[in-house]
Design a protein around this ligand. Structure first.
Ligand code: 13P
Length: 252
């Protein structure tokens, strides 16, 4: 299997304005030496993006992304941010189809697919998020839901663009609940995702795509989840908000 650098991604959601972020980054950078063997990504809010970009500009091991973009490249969409703006501001990665976009804001597979294609066309990395609700899990539909979301997300991309993506498996019932998937559960679903990518791309290119786990990751469970097979990284919400805790996770 191709070697994949582990990816540690902080999704700050609607937390940390510029003032908090400046203090966070000051402390985080002091605690966290440069690490060439892993990739760390920050997803601050759009209003905080410039503050974080400024703080990481001399750290090539730290990447920055946005939490969402609109599905059109520009136009009369008051309140929205476009992928072109994200690229211009220095974003390298875009979260697409996060559980809260899907379930709080009603984003469909179709919208998610458009966003993935737009992000890939702009030569940024889509980090496509997939995951089942508790109801779907209890109905035994986990694999089929994840397959549906993934197939839709990659349908409009060519093979090279799919090969450059990142995927995050975040079971909805594990997000912000303190209830984490077991490493075995995560491995099972990551295996389903990997098989689908193999079917689309073949073994070698599919092996290079990082598949992150997200949902109530904390400093205690991070090393255990990361050791599970096919878990190539972590997408972290709550536990990425404190610089000491987040630094300890990215150094794990
Ligand atoms: P928590 O780590 O707070 O459960 O959030 C996970 C998540 O949604 C990251 O995108």
């Amino acid at each position: 299997m191709m070697h994949r650098k582990p990816v540690f991604a902080a999704n700050w959601k609607m937390n940390h304005g510029p003032t908090d972020a400046r203090a966070f980054m000051h402390r985080f950078l002091a605690l966290t030496p440069r690490q060439q063997d892993r990739t760390t990504i920050f997803f601050p809010s759009a209003l905080t993006f410039a503050t974080v970009a400024e703080a990481v500009k001399e750290r090539l091991d730290l990447m920055i992304g946005v939490q969402n973009v609109h599905q059109e490249p520009q136009g009369a969409f008051t309140g929205e941010n476009s992928v072109l703006m994200a690229r211009d501001a220095g974003a390298r990665v875009v979260l697409v189809g996060h559980s809260e976009r899907r379930h709080v804001f009603g984003e469909s597979d179709e919208t998610t697919a458009k966003k993935c294609a737009l992000v890939a066309e702009a030569r940024l990395i889509p980090m496509l998020c997939v995951g089942e609700t508790l109801e779907e899990r209890e109905a035994g539909a986990t694999a089929s839901v994840v397959e549906r979301q993934l197939s839709a997300g990659i349908a409009g991309l060519d093979d090279q663009q799919v090969g450059a993506m990142m995927i995050a498996y975040e079971p909805v019932w594990a997000i912000g609940t303190g209830r984490t998937a077991t490493p075995e559960d995560a491995s099972d679903i990551h295996g389903v995702i990997r098989q689908l990518l193999v079917a689309r791309l073949d073994v070698r290119p599919a092996a290079g795509i990082p598949i992150l786990y997200g949902g109530s990751v904390n400093r205690g469970n991070a090393p255990i989840l990361l050791a599970a097979s096919d878990v190539d990284g972590l997408l972290v919400g709550g536990a990425s908000l404190d610089p000491d805790g987040w630094s300890s996770i990215v150094r794990s």
